[in-house]
Design a protein around this ligand. Structure first.
Ligand code: NAD
Length: 484
């Protein structure tokens, strides 16, 4: 299979003569050869997006919303086909991709399609002869750069607010998962979106750099590692672009002694093993009160051992393969480091090896107990199915320890005491917080990080505004009082 770029409403063959392979993480086989975009292709994509922007931004918000809603219907109609593609490209289980990835992407497009006609400017009288008004105008050509863990969802989330507000977008998916975003581009075209409004360029960091440094790009919305986010921000500063950065995390999940223990275990398992642990918001530092520590570990171990790991295309499989052999090696190094730190291995700790998984990048769901705050596996983002459990005795202590990280993406609390839940959440340094839950991310709720987990937000009403700029217009009805 050959995969190309998507520019001006059609498939576009790169001029670079260079291509890269995308691999099925479940069996290591090559799925497709994908064009690497050249500088010339990037320029083509930007020029096309400038043309698309002219047409799209002159349409009314209701007209744009109508086209976006058609795309939503097509996404839902093709859910199973896109989910299957996502599974072979990313290694995640079909039971997740079928029910979450495309639906949650479509939900956000639907949300902004409905919200954008209600976006208004303001008018304020200043005195009887003057007033000012403000208009919200789109920014122009924006860039989206995606990570590999939720490829189509990230493309939907980034394009939704951007396009609804009247901008155009050039999107670069991760080179690890380049396939599903082409389906989104085709769907946008089929729904009636003018050519150039959503273009796709493929390739590695070189293409990312060409986009973030491009002088005619107004904004970059990036999802990826914190270290890459810093490079993107530096590159974007050369032309003073706006940036939204959705970055990594090492989020704390705090379980108090009065929590419903089974719900808390459910939360902790979801927070560590969903999508093989490759979720940015994962609650990988699980602080459990000493009074229920042993009970928690026992229950978590029993349920983790039952997780069905294997061929992700099998609808019964609950945990699939890590994205690449490089990621597998990284996760195994952290598991070794955890062992060396003296942490107690409760479950897993090995590469999964069966006839079904021997050629793929599978790691068993892994739980370490008695972890120490200063161990590397507790400090660093691993991005794999490795839960670190730590014991605590009181509220102030656990808040201090939970906040002792450079990251600030997510945090959660399990307790039946609603006063305590809010008191603790109010003191946690994180952009996305859950009380007695983990991982929910409805379109209405803004998501993004504090500290080195990011800048700006996705989803929710504010994000739509972040894809607009305010034009203030002062109006005088009487004569100007001039000294000249
Ligand atoms: P990554 O930083 O390696 O790559 C992300 C994207 O950036 C890729 O498309 C890559 O090609 C591109 N890129 C690499 N170098 C670049 C450069 N110098 N300039 C421009 N683009 C460049 O991240 P990844 O390994 O693909 O994804 C995993 C990371 O993403 C984790 O840290 C995870 O926490 C984070 N993530 C965050 C969120 C969130 O919403 N906060 C969501 C998903 C993933």
């Amino acid at each position: 299979m050959k995969e190309h770029l998507y520019i001006h409403g059609a498939c576009y063959e790169s001029s670079s003569g260079e291509s890269f392979e995308t691999i099925n993480p479940a069996n290591g086989k090559v799925i497709a050869h994908v064009d690497q975009a050249s500088e010339h292709d990037v320029e083509k994509a930007i020029q096309s997006a400038e043309k698309g922007f002219k047409v799209w931004s002159s349409m009314t918000a209701v007209e744009r919303g109508r086209i976006l809603l058609k795309a939503v219907a097509l996404l839902r109609e093709r859910n199973n086909e896109i989910a299957a593609l996502e599974v072979i490209d990313s290694g995640k289980p079909l039971q997740e991709a079928n029910s979450v990835d495309i639906h949650s992407g479509a939900d956000v497009i639907e949300y902004y399609a409905g919200l954008v006609p209600a976006l208004q400017g303001t008018q304020q009288d200043l005195d009887s002869n003057t007033f000012y008004m403000s208009k919200r105008e789109p920014l122009g050509v924006c860039v989206g750069i995606g990570a590999w863990n939720y490829p189509i969802q990230i493309a939907c989330w980034k394009s939704a607010a951007c396009l609804a507000a009247g901008n155009s977008m050039v999107f670069k998916p991760s080179e690890e998962t380049p396939l599903s975003v082409i389906k989104l581009a085709e769907i946008y075209t089929e729904a009636g979106m003018p050519p150039g409004v959503f273009n796709v360029v493929q390739g590695d960091f070189r293409v990312g750099q060409l986009l973030t440094r491009h002088p005619r790009v107004a904004k970059v919305s990036f999802t990826g590692e914190s270290s890459t986010g810093k490079k993107v921000m530096t590159d974007a500063s050369g032309t003073l672009k706006e940036v939204t950065l959705e970055l990594g995390g090492k989020s704390p999940l705090i379980i108090f002694e009065d929590a419903d223990i089974d719900n808390a275990v459910s939360g902790a398992l979801l927070a560590n093993f969903y999508t093989q642990g490759e979720v940015c918001t994962n609650g990988t530092r699980v602080y459990v009160h000493s009074k229920i520590y042993d009970q928690f570990l026992k229950k978590a171990a029993i349920r983790s051992k039952k997780i069905k790991l294997g061929d992700p295309m099998n609808i019964d499989t609950q945990m699939g393969a890590l994205i690449s052999s490089k990621q597998l090696d990284k996760v195994m190094i952290y598991i070794d480091k955890a062992r060396e730190s003296g942490a107690r291995l409760i479950v897993g700790g090995s590469r999964h090896n069966s006839k079904e998984t021997e050629n793929g990048f599978f790691v068993e769901p892994t739980i370490f107990a008695d972890c120490k705050d200063d161990s590397e596996h507790v400090i660093d983002e691993i991005f794999g199915p490795v839960m670190s459990v730590l014991s605590f005795d009181n509220e102030d202590e656990v808040i201090r320890r939970a906040n002792n990280t450079k990251f600030g993406l997510a945090a959660g609390v399990f307790t039946k005491n609603i006063n305590r839940a809010h008191r603790v959440i109010n003191q946690l340094e994180a952009g996305i917080c859950w009380i007695n839950s983990w991982g929910d991310s409805p379109a209405e709720m803004p998501v993004g990080g504090y500290k080195e987990s990011g800048i700006g937000r996705e989803n929710g009403p504010e994000t739509l505004k972040s894809y607009t700029q305010i034009k203030s217009v002062f109006v005088r009805l009487d004569n100007i009082d001039s000294p000249y």
